[in-house]
Ligand binder design. Structure first.
Ligand code: 5GP
Length: 201
């Protein structure tokens, strides 16, 4: 998604070879117009698959899951990271290791909102090591719902997340794919290369 790549080039802060900060438009302050466009792009990619629920994990996936849910006309659910007292009913849960915080946490969603009748699109802000998304995939598997695919806003393609998900046979679509980065420099996998990749060239 060209407009997204441009914003990353203009406003992204590359803190190291592995960490990109996009707090001015995606991760802290959110450009709402861009978030809606991101949701529409996910709906364009997955819209013919009869999605019934969009699933994400709090907090930074919420605005994109909501935008995708609006564009698809379906609800979105966000997994909670701490089991709140209000989440008293039965839950599906999975353990996740956080890349940015370097700690383990548990994610949970109520069993009331996801079941075998659902077709799920998972959405998140970043695909890095894939730990958060694998946790969400485990929850979908536990619920008996069908997982249609994963949509990520930014993928750091030099980390192992995509291959981890693809090994499980899960289709992954990322709107900006970073081939490599270092402070002051960023390279995207462009559309031409992606087409070659998917054609097996
Ligand atoms: P994972 O390693 O499980 O794929 O990434 C989990 C979460 O860590 C992402 O959803 C995102 O919130 C955060 N994250 C991973 N890499 C980055 C990064 O380079 N920049 C920012 N801002 N967040 C990241």
């Amino acid at each position: 998604m060209k407009v997204l790549e441009e914003r990353i080039r203009q406003e992204g802060l590359i803190l190291s070879d592995t960490v990109l900060k996009v707090d001015s438009f995606l991760n802290h302050q959110v450009d709402t117009e861009l978030a809606l466009q991101i949701g529409q792009e996910f709906a364009r990619i997955f819209g013919d698959r009869a999605v019934t629920k969009v699933l994400t994990v709090e907090a930074s996936g919420i605005q994109f899951a909501m935008a995708a849910g609006i564009a698809l006309g379906v609800p979105f659910i966000y997994a909670k990271k701490k089991k709140a007292v209000t989440l008293a009913e039965e839950v599906y849960s999975a353990a996740v290791h956080s890349f940015t915080r370097q700690e383990d946490y548990k994610i949970s969603i109520s069993q009331k909102y996801l079941g075998p009748e659902d077709k799920v699109l998972i959405v998140d802000d970043f695909l890095a090591t894939g730990a958060a998304l694998v946790g969400l995939c485990d929850i979908v598997a536990e619920s008996g719902a069908e997982l249609l695919g994963v949509g990520c806003v930014i993928e750091k393609s030099f980390q192992e997340g995509r291959s981890l998900l693809e090994q499980r046979g899960i289709p992954v679509h990322s709107l900006a794919r970073i081939a490599s980065m270092s402070p002051g420099e960023i390279h995207f996998i462009d559309q031409e290369e992606r087409t070659k990749e998917s054609a097996g060239c």
